[in-house]
Design a protein around this ligand. Structure first.
Ligand code: NDP
Length: 313
């Protein structure tokens, strides 16, 4: 019979790797499947200045390398594999990668969420160099600069409001003239003197320069979808506020998800509707979405799993 693991952690952002650190220190020999984006969303940002303990900031990918090494120091095994299927209806739980089947007594889900992107080649070229999908992470870098925010939902309104703390001008660019955002968030944005709106308009291309090896955004090519007119809008920062998608396709039909697809966890814990299956980080949190809150909930998940394993013996 194949080995039955104590705990398998799916995902390797701050939540997954903190869960790995705590589970390893509890002698549970956790196995981590790193997934499609090893290190998670922080690996697509540059400087992280709001993670406590790093007075002068740290690069996102470097922070994740440190977290991985710290978990490995205590015996966590990290594998660069993608989980393709899970079976949570019988015990031990079964986790499948493309080539193997694994058995485990408990599972910690830390698969995160992905910011939705437009899919433009220029958007990925300048991601982290003027293009961002996280105002709280990157707003600070745009002091006194011109910013556009794409989207017409609550995320776009919230990001635009937040960005007025830094930018000298924030323009919300939305593809329709009706807004999905809640009335209160829309009104707040409308009343903010630093925010302007351009409606019925889409971003066609991010324009930038490579300044001595340093890429930066200089403008956006916008297009009015009603008239077909295109023009160049000078800008230093482009924020995508078109929503996030929790990475929960694997768990549909097995775990309770909310209307937006996020895993539902029990109050003040990381417990899901299946005993022995825990969820932490952005896959169950669409409110705070910070590296430090994800790490905190990863710690909670490891403690919840440890207690579950002790009580089920
Ligand atoms: P939403 O799905 O509500 O809005 C996404 C917005 O992006 C829409 O305006 C949509 O346009 C636009 N959009 C989507 N795809 C594209 C595209 N390819 N090109 C251009 N525009 C695009 O997502 P949110 O993240 O804003 O909100 C998700 C949920 O989270 C909501 O329930 C929201 O209320 C909640 N939330 C709450 C907050 C709070 O209360 N503080 C803060 C943030 C989110 P269109 O309208 O034309 O489809």
């Amino acid at each position: 019979m194949s080995e039955v693991h104590n705990v398998i952690i799916i995902g390797s952002g701050p939540a997954g790797l903190t869960a790995a650190l705590y589970a390893a220190r509890a002698n549970l020999s956790p196995l981590v499947f790193e997934g499609l984006q090893p290190g998670g969303q922080l690996t697509i940002t540059t400087e992280v200045e709001n993670y406590p303990g790093f007075e002068h900031g740290i690069l996102g990918p470097e922070l994740m390398d440190i977290m991985r090494k710290q978990a490995q120091r205590f015996g966590a095994r990290c594998e660069f594999k993608i989980v393709e299927k899970v079976e949570l209806s019988s015990r031990p739980f079964k986790i499948y990668t493309s080539s193997e089947e694994y058995q485990t007594k408990s599972v910690i889900i830390a698969t995160g969420a992905s910011a939705k992107l437009l899919g433009l080649p220029s958007e990925s070229e300048y991601m982290g160099f003027g293009v961002s999908a996280c105002a709280t992470c990157d707003g600070f870098f745009f002091k006194d600069q011109r910013i556009i925010v794409i989207g017409g939902g609550d995320t776009a309104m919230e990001e635009a409001n937040y960005l007025t703390k830094f930018g000298k001008e924030v323009t919300i660019v939305h593809r329709r003239d009706e807004f999905r955002a809640s009335k209160i968030m829309l009104e707040r944005a409308r009343k903010n003197p630093k925010i302007k709106f351009i409606t019925n308009t889409v971003l066609e291309e991010v324009i930038g320069v490579n300044d001595n090896g340093k890429k930066k955004v200089t403008a956006a090519r916008l297009k009015n979808v009603k008239t077909g007119e295109t023009w160049i809008h000078e800008v230093e920062g482009i924020f995508l506020g078109i929503g996030h998608k929790p990475n929960t396709d694997l768990f549909k039909g097995q775990l309770n998800l909310d209307a937006n697809g996020y895993i539902i966890t029990e109050n003040k814990s990381t417990k899901t509707n299946i005993e022995g299956v825990f969820a932490c980080g952005d896959v169950q949190d669409h409110v705070y979405r910070q590296a430090v809150t994800a790490a905190g909930s990863g710690c909670m998940a490891a403690i919840d799993a440890e207690r579950y394993l002790e009580s089920s013996h």
